[in-house]
Every structure is written in structure tokens, then in C-alpha cells.
Design a protein around this ligand. Sequence first.
Ligand code: BMA
Length: 365
Amino acid sequence: MTRLLPILILFCAISVSAQKPMPADKNATKETVYLYQNLFELKKQGLMFGHQDDLAYGEGWYGEEGRSDVKDVCGDYPAVYGWEIGHLELGDEYSLDSVYFKDIQNWVKTVYERGGINTISWHLRNPFTGGSSWDVSSKKVVAAILPGGEKHELFVSWLDELANFLNGLETDEGTKIPVLFRPFHEHTGSWFWWGRDLCTVEEYKALWRFTVDYLQNTKGIHHLLYTYSTDRFQTETEYLERYLGDDIVDVLGFDLYDRGSYYKGTLKNCAEKVTKLAAEKGKVATVSETGGPIASNHNWWTEVLEILQPYELSYVLVWRNPFRPTDHGNFAPCKGSPDSENFIKFYNDQHTIFQKELTEKDIYQ
Ligand code: BMA
């Protein structure tokens, strides 16, 4: 035995080092497992660029086949495509941003077929008051939708709508299309009903756990990678205060918008901390939402890239280019926008990854 021991140790060491990362969901479909493992490979190669509602609409257009503001500027699509499903829970045909859910399902398929990555957020209504996601008038919402709560059944019916939608993300052959699902985001802030001051740590975690358990074990959904996505934070302790656990989360993200001079330092700090934590936990790190004053700072793209370049981040996703007036302007460039030249530099940088580069690999195999 003593002579066999070193051989045994060596064998174990080799098999551990050869182990590939696996999603938290033990029953994840094989395409989901491949996507997850490829996210690890890709982050070593560079930073993927993502854009919210990229194929749905942009500056001065809505629903034009094949069009994308990003493509209009650099000739290529993003690598990561964000979709928003708020109002699905109401049984509506289109989202709070006026995008038809059927169209989103088709675009998710288009993206999968071209070898891109889909991520889904959910600004779901307030199930307690009937208001929007931003209705923070009550601190009872999360408790009310947990098992035993007065709005639990309503919430479960919303999860049923969600499950139907997610089950509809499939190819013609019936293969479920993996997506990065990012619910209950920016919870370190207090502007959504699931935010920090609106529920306790335990309630927030229970909300996530119930949702994931229901989707996986009642609905049999196994084509999701789960993204935990805070707003800005200072310390690791703050980041992890409401962390759900390594058995649920696959991707560690944070949302951070450029609204002033603090941005660059905070971005660096958050990127550094989130990549460190992801490395320790064997997870993937990302900037799950950002956006900057590109109408006034025309060099914003390369300035941000310079900050993010040292870190092993999977992707950076910028928010939408609203096709009708809202409380913000465009977060991606569009044809002729003054930041276009700088965005092309960002595109041409060795470190950034867009659709064409992904198409050359098959990230679902
Ligand atoms: C916000 C804004 C809103 C939008 C919401 C959900 O940041 O873009 O106009 O309705 O996201 O996508």
C-alpha cells in the first residue's frame, strides 16, 4: 500500500486538474454544460461585448430584419444579447419595452444558431401592490410571495408563465436553448421591490431558492445558467451579503452605470473583487449591465476597456438604445454617432470578442 500511495495521489491530482467546471444545476442539459465550460475558455481569450435588445430596435428603427445599431457601426453583431421579459407575468404579448415575447423567442433561436449568447433579465411587476418593479411602497412583498404568504399562488402562476416561455426557447429539433438567467438583480440597491431595504437577507435568499427550486424540480427546466447580479459595491462582504450559494449561482455579475466621476474607480474595484471571488468559487465573472455618457464622452469605449482589460471577465453588456423617449439615451453607438470611431477601436482591439469570432467556434459543443 505504501508503495501504491504516491501513484494513487498522482492519479487523484491528475483527475482533479482535468475536471471541467460544471453548472450549479446537476441536471443541466449538455448544451448548457458546454456553454458554461466555453465561458471559462472564452474569458481567457478576451472580453465579449453584449447589448440589450440589440436585434429588436435601435435609434430610429423597430423590428427591421437583421438590423442592429452595433452592426451598423462596426459591421458585426455583439457576442452577447440581452433580453427583457418584464410583463410576461401578466400574460401580455409584449414586454414593458414593447418587444413581443414571440419575437424574443425567435431571436434567442437566431442567436443560438449563429453561435451567440443570450441573457435574460426580468423586471417583473410588484405582485403585492400591483405596481411596477420600481414600486417600493411596501416592505412586505417578498414575504407575501414566499410559501405561506398571501400572494404566493399569484407568484407561482407568474413562474408558470416564465416556465412556459423558457420551455419555448428551443430549436426545430426540440433542443432547449441555454440562456443566462438574471432575475432579482441590483438587489444591493433599494429601487426594486426585492432591493436591500425592502426585504431581509433571509427573505431575499428564500425568494431565489424558491424560484430556482420551482423551475428545476417542478417545471423540469435545466437549460439555465443563473447570474447573481448586484449593483455597485465596495467590499467583498457587501457583495456576498445576499449571495445565494455556490449550489445555485453560475455567474457572478454586477451592474454599474457611468453617472459621474466615481465611475472609473468603482468599476475597477468591482471588476477586481468580482473576478477574485469568481476565481475562488470556480465561477464566471461579468459586468452584467453598464452604460455611459457616450454622447458627450466620445472616447468612453476605450477608456472602459482599459479599466476592464486586466481582469478575467466574461462579458460586458451595455443597456438598450430606446426607440422612443425614456429617462436615458443610447448606451450603444448607432450609425453616425460621435462615439462610433472610438467604438470601432474598441471593436478592433485584440481583447474584445464580437459575434464573428464566436461563430468560428462552436460554444454549444
Ligand atoms: C431600464 C430602462 C427602462 C426599461 C427597463 C427594463 O433601465 O431602460 O426604460 O423599461 O430598464 O428594460
